[in-house]
Design a protein around this ligand. Structure first.
Ligand code: WTA
Length: 637
């Protein structure tokens, strides 16, 4: 496949950018012409950020899986679509060509249909990182069902909240998952979740680990048995269902400032074009290259840059089931060498954690296939950037620092590998179609360079979220009401003298722990469920590997057998309510929290204490009880 819209030089970039701002409709229509449509659109863009309403390619009809599968199966049937590397290096890897992947997606589309799935249904997917996860996602898209993938690290409670919010009728899962030396009982976690999910009628269970599971009559079925039924039907093809450009493609839940995660909604055409365009340009993908994105498909990065972006480009996408440090800290490098990986896209957390093992795991590993490196999910510190550049890229590979969000669908601000300049710890320049601006507290635009403020976007791009599932008003309030007529990202940002953007981190109550978004309110709600906890306040603090750690201040009036034990109980409660990823790193017991006279917790003060900035707490005179601050400072962990 060729990519006529692939930007080849800095001058190309400036030209494309200018056109995307001056004539956005023409710009995106020309790109959209390169995809397969059942019917062309009536109108390229219709939008209003106040409602908000954004429609791209309205009236157009298509199916994203034809763009990701059929057209490549026709032109390059034997090209590898997915290379799958298992958790355990002793297990054989698998390669699925475009032809095979299409066949498997069609088979599973039949399975879903046999279970009664229809266009518009919501289907929850809770699976390990195996090819069948990608197959299930694409099969949903093929029949027009809306997938809601839930990351394998979430608890039963989190899953049932998500299933109930979207009213899913089918769940696709596996018996268990391997992660390093752990064996996670996925089906059993789903069984606990489903006790409170009356909407679910069918559960399809893939065999992965072989641990015993309970299969409920008339509800649960084995993946393999259902596939056999389709084979007995003679493996008929499954014509892709025609979708409106603005029909929902998927829901992905993400954390915000309030306690309840919100279901970010992306639609078919705009998301497809955005992930494709950014994939091809940011990584400068060349046909035949192997792209290895280490994210989990449970997060947006996996949706956009393991599945939809690469497959829409006819690329080879490497999918890895395991973790970077098992069986040893050389696992990534072994994979790069074994599969001749050309593009490696990972998180700063992973880089920092591998840095901790020194350079020994890299010795004798042939990384010469690497051409491009990328990072995503959190700010990368300059030290980690240089380590990545020197030890992994051997100073031969451009590093792209891609800033984006679940809500933006794909990369928004990033350099383009080898085409636009990189600057360590800077995401640098906006993609064509992205119009960023910085605003002050009052929403006034901050003009000029060498400035910082809150990052907003003033014009829609094709991959912008359309709504939050079942609650459009929440979408408006969260993203479009803080600043008039603007999309607010929740991130703080600075713009250097040359106009390069550097994301400095969240300015709302969202933590970024190991690149995972976690709301402080969510963690507080979970802690408060523990018997004996009166109240809690959670803030982030700088953490060498995770980027941010979770620091919880807890008022406890239950019986302590001993504090360490109570801490463990609270951790267990959080793991049970949200998942292990949200466990606090530190829990400090306090007798009170710093509050204003109106009862609002002064998080600013707690944040400073957690960061260890004890002498710069700012004005504490407005506090109800200033003495409590002294006590908290004394007890700091
Ligand atoms: C942060 C992940 C600095 C940011 C794709 C954003 C980053 C949040 C970068 C979204 C980056 C993501 N540099 N910060 N290159 N990329 N972030 O929704 O705070 O899981 O708002 O999407 O991650 O996280 P999410």
């Amino acid at each position: 496949m060729s990519y006529p819209y692939q930007i080849k030089s800095l001058a190309d970039y400036h030209e494309a950018y200018k056109k995307s701002v001056e004539a956005p409709e023409q710009f995106w229509a020309e790109i959209a012409e390169n995809f397969s449509w059942h019917r062309k659109w009536d109108q390229v863009l219709n939008w209003n950020f106040d409602t908000p309403k954004v429609e791209w390619f309205k009236g157009g009809q298509l199916n994203i899986t034809e763009n990701c599968l059929d057209r490549h199966a026709a032109t390059q049937p034997d090209a590898p679509a997915i290379i799958w590397e298992p958790n355990d290096p002793l297990e054989a890897h698998r390669t699925l060509s475009y032809k095979e992947l299409l066949q498997k997606v069609e088979q599973f589309a039949h399975v879903l249909k046999n279970k009664g799935a229809q266009k518009g249904d919501r289907i929850c997917i809770y699976m390990p990182m195996v090819p069948e996860l990608a197959i299930a996602v694409l099969a949903c898209a093929r029949i027009g069902a809306i997938h809601s993938v839930v990351f394998g690290g979430f608890s039963s409670q989190s899953i049932s909240d998500r299933i109930n919010d979207a009213q899913c009728n089918i769940v696709v899962t596996a018996d268990g998952a391997y992660r390093g030396n752990k064996n996670i009982p996925l089906k059993s976690i789903i069984d606990d979740a489903l006790v409170t999910c009356p909407s679910v009628q069918h559960v399809i269970v893939l065999t992965r680990t072989g641990i015993p599971v309970s299969m409920i009559k008339n509800r649960d079925a084995w993946w393999e048995d259902e596939i056999k039924k389709v084979e007995e039907m003679g493996n008929p093809s499954f014509p892709a269902v025609s979708m409106d450009a603005e029909d929902m493609l998927f829901i992905l839940y993400t954390s915000g400032s309030t306690g309840k995660p919100k279901g970010v909604v992306h639609t078919c055409a705009g998301y497809m074009i955005w992930t494709h365009y950014t994939f091809v340009n940011v990584f400068q993908y060349q046909p035949g290259q192997v792209h290895f994105c280490t994210a989990d498909i449970g997060w947006i990065t996996g949706h956009s840059y393991i599945i939809y972006g690469p497959l829409s480009a006819g690329a080879t996408s490497l999918m890895f089931e395991g973790i970077p440090t098992w069986p040893d800290a050389g696992r990534f490098w072994d994979i790069v060498q074994k599969h001749q990986v050309n593009i490696l896209y990972t998180a700063p957390t992973a880089i920092r954690s591998l840095m901790g093992f020194g350079t020994a795991p890299l010795e004798n590993k042939n990384l010469s296939s690497l051409k491009v490196l990328g990072t995503v999910g959190e700010p990368i510190n300059v030290e980690a950037w240089h380590w990545y550049d020197e030890q992994v890229g051997k100073k031969q590979c451009p590093i792209v620092d891609t800033w984006w969000q679940t809500e933006t669908g794909g990369t928004m601000i990033s350099n383009m590998a080898g085409v636009t300049p990189a600057k360590p710890s800077f995401a640098t320049l906006p993609m064509p179609g992205v119009q960023p601006l910085l605003v002050d507290e009052n929403g006034k635009e901050i003009i000029g360079n060498g400035v910082s403020g809150n990052l907003c976007i003033r014009f829609p791009w094709p991959g912008i979220l359309r709504t939050t599932y079942g609650d459009h008003e929440r979408c408006r309030q969260t993203y479009f009401s803080t600043y008039e007529h603007l999309y607010f990202t929740g991130d703080g940002c600075l713009r250097d003298e040359d106009g390069n953007y550097r994301i400095t981190g969240r300015v709302d109550d969202v933590l970024n722990v190991s690149g995972h978004r976690i709301g402080t309110a969510e963690v507080e709600n979970a802690i408060n469920m523990h018997t004996g906890v009166v109240e809690s306040a959670v803030v982030g603090y700088p953490h060498d590997i995770k980027g941010q750690g979770i620091y919880a201040f807890v008022i406890f009036n239950g019986m302590h057998t001993d504090e360490a034990h109570t801490r463990q109980d609270i951790m267990q409660t959080v793991a049970r309510v949200i998942g292990a990823i949200a466990k606090p790193d530190k829990i400090q017991f306090v007798s009170g929290l710093p509050k204003t006279r109106s009862g609002k917790i002064m998080r600013r003060i707690l944040r400073k204490i957690a960061e260890g900035e004890l002498s710069h707490l700012g004005d504490t005179t407005t506090l109800l009880d200033p003495a409590v601050v002294e006590e908290i400072k004394m007890g700091r962990l």
